[in-house]
Design a protein. Structure first.
Length: 199
């Protein structure tokens, strides 16, 4: 809950600190923070309200936050590869998750594979050559996204093929716990890196 409180606080503070009208990149940054916070709110409410609907919304909003991060990077570095790819994967990940919700192994494997693919697009956007652009902030984004990509992919494989070890979303498996923690740490690091780039 402490980490979630940090996500929500960041989503509230960032628009105030940066300002919606400052630049397109800043707006994408704000969008990433807000959609990430809304995603975790949807997950917290899912069981109590409507599991299928709000869990699918959770995946949609997580995807939207990754798309927003990609666009924030693109605004700073110009012409990054993967624009249509990251958007298409976000859409397909949500659709596949919602339609296959009744199969736990499918939705865990599919959603984590999709989220990992979007993280791969973020890694590529930072790694793609960009002359005279800050390497430090790009390195932070790249390292954070790459670490989350590996854990996300591992969690998908675990849920899809070794379901008995990860029988539900809140299972305290070390890989699942690492993924949950890293999700919030990655968002914080990427936000700080993009703020440095924006400045």
């Amino acid at each position: 809950m402490t980490m979630l409180a940090g996500v929500f606080a960041g989503a509230v503070a960032l628009p105030i600190l940066v300002g919606w009208r400052s630049s397109a990149g800043a707006r994408w940054m704000i969008s990433a923070a807000v959609t990430q916070a809304l995603a975790w709110a949807a997950l917290l409410l899912a069981r109590a309200v409507h599991d299928r609907l709000l869990s699918t919304l959770w995946i949609a909003l997580l995807g939207a936050s990754f798309v927003s991060i990609w666009h924030a990077i693109d605004c700073r570095l110009d012409r990054r590869p993967g624009r249509e790819f990251v958007r298409a994967v976000a859409f397909l990940t949500t659709m596949g998750y919602g339609l296959g919700f009744d199969s736990y192994a499918w939705r865990v494997g599919w959603s984590n594979a999709g989220l990992a693919a979007m993280l791969g697009a973020i890694v590529l956007a930072c790694a793609w050559p960009a002359q005279r652009k800050g390497r430090r902030w790009r390195g932070v984004v790249l390292a954070a996204a790459a670490a989350l990509l590996v854990v996300t992919l591992g969690r998908g494989i675990l849920g899809a093929f070794f379901t008995s070890l990860y029988p539900e979303l809140r299972t305290p498996h070390p890989l699942n716990v690492a993924g949950a923690i890293l999700q919030h740490v990655t968002l914080a690091l990427i936000t700080m890196a993009l703020l440095a780039a924006w400045q």
